[in-house]
Design a protein around this ligand. Structure first.
Ligand SMILES: [Zn+2]
Length: 381
């Protein structure tokens, strides 16, 4: 919370409306949905747990350490300091995160659909963000639900639920974290990456769940797929750490059949034609980034687990523990596998075409020039 320059002034009523939009009526796990709702509120109005997190000063030059002692082990979490910064993003009253393109009394921001807006009253109407340690990116949203089970559990809501839990866990440890979306709305890939860049994030973790249903061999450990950046040793290291944590936390569940594809483990997915990384969320960021397919929505046994709060917490915990180890240790990680080359369909999504901005809930001046279609990168999700 240290880099939040101005306290949030979001109303509970608005947040409740956001939640209704976000979760729709198809949520089969009411308890998880309720928790997600509380989590949305917690982020915006201040979670008592998070408020207890050890404080770091934005201007501090020394890392903060948190020592956690259990009955058997003592571990130390190092939270690097964040420099004092100008405002790099706004969170609107409706919970939409807007990267700032030009800081000013009336800042120029980019909307999720890459329209430019001038915000009239940023001090009174929105939360203002400085830099962060980690950007967590819940994949998909809005009209791009990602994988969907036959009874309506969408990857978009699952990705969000896990990201939200991980955010609370990491903030409790003292890390600054932001999600690329706090509602069920469209965020094109370039906006997700722009946000991470604007916030000067040290690490970007894109959270997904694999929808593939065919030609999947089964195995006795989770088949979590973590794609790292070809040219980034630190991205690769994080992928190896997340692999270890996923095996530990997800593998603890009593599950007879885990799905796993050829990409199980910490791997790369280069484009067969160009050699560039296939996924835009891995290829385009300048900071270390990974895209993780945490579990398989095509496996009924895993779907049953994915409906439970316990399993979502375990997924989040694997991300959180990997983040802590990435910042605090030189552990190299493991589980590295040979790239399979990007021959499978990606499932698409993530582009700007047809993008409709969500309700931003802020006062704005006349919009600037729409940027739709200008030099769009290959929008591969
Ligand atoms: Zn996905």
């Amino acid at each position: 919370m240290r880099s939040r320059i101005v306290p949030a002034v979001l109303s509970a009523t608005v947040l409740a409306l956001v939640f209704l939009v976000a979760c729709g009526s198809g949520e089969p796990d009411e308890r998880a949905a309720d928790q997600a709702s509380q989590d949305v509120s917690a982020r915006a109005v201040g979670d008592p747990e998070v408020e207890l997190a050890p404080a770091t000063s934005p201007a501090s030059t020394e890392p903060t350490t948190t020592t956690t002692t259990s009955s058997t082990t003592t571990s130390t979490t190092i939270v690097p300091p964040l420099s004092a910064r100008p405002v790099y993003a706004l969170v609107t009253a409706s919970g939409v995160v807007l990267p700032v393109r030009r800081a000013a009394d009336r800042p120029l921001v980019a909307t999720p659909c890459q329209n430019e807006l001038v915000v009239d009253e940023p001090d009174g109407a929105v939360e203002q963000l400085g830099s962060v340690h980690v950007v967590l990116d819940p994949g998909h949203g809005g009209l791009e639900p990602g994988a969907v089970t036959s009874d309506g559990l969408s990857e978009a809501e699952l990705n969000y639920a896990v990201a939200k839990i991980a955010e609370v866990q990491l903030e409790h440890l003292g890390f600054e974290v932001i999600l690329t979306r706090y509602g069920d709305h469209r965020v094109p890939l370039r906006t997700r990456v722009e946000l991470a860049e604007a916030l000067d994030a040290a690490l970007l973790v894109s959270i997904h769940h694999q929808g593939t249903e065919t030609n999947i061999p089964v195995q006795d450990t989770p088949g979590t797929e973590i794609y790292y950046q070809t040219d980034s040793p630190e991205s690769k290291r994080f992928a190896g750490l997340l692999h270890e944590e996923a095996i530990e936390h997800l593998g603890a569940f009593d599950n007879d059949v885990w799905f796993a594809g050829v990409d199980a483990g910490a791997t790369r997915r280069p484009n067969a034609a160009t050699g560039e990384d296939f996924y835009g969320m891995v290829r385009t960021p300048t900071m270390p980034a990974v895209l993780a397919e945490m579990a398989f929505m095509g496996n009924p046994a895993e779907v049953e687990l994915l409906r439970t709060r316990r399993f979502r917490v375990a997924e989040a915990q694997s991300i959180t523990d990997a983040v802590v180890r990435w910042f605090s240790t030189d552990d190299p990680g493991s589980g590295f596998t040979e790239p399979s080359f990007g021959l499978r369909s990606s499932g698409g999504g993530g582009g700007l075409t047809g993008c409709v901005d969500p309700d931003l809930g802020i006062d704005t001046s006349l919009p600037g020039s729409p940027l739709l279609g200008v030099g769009a990168p290959s929008e591969t999700d």
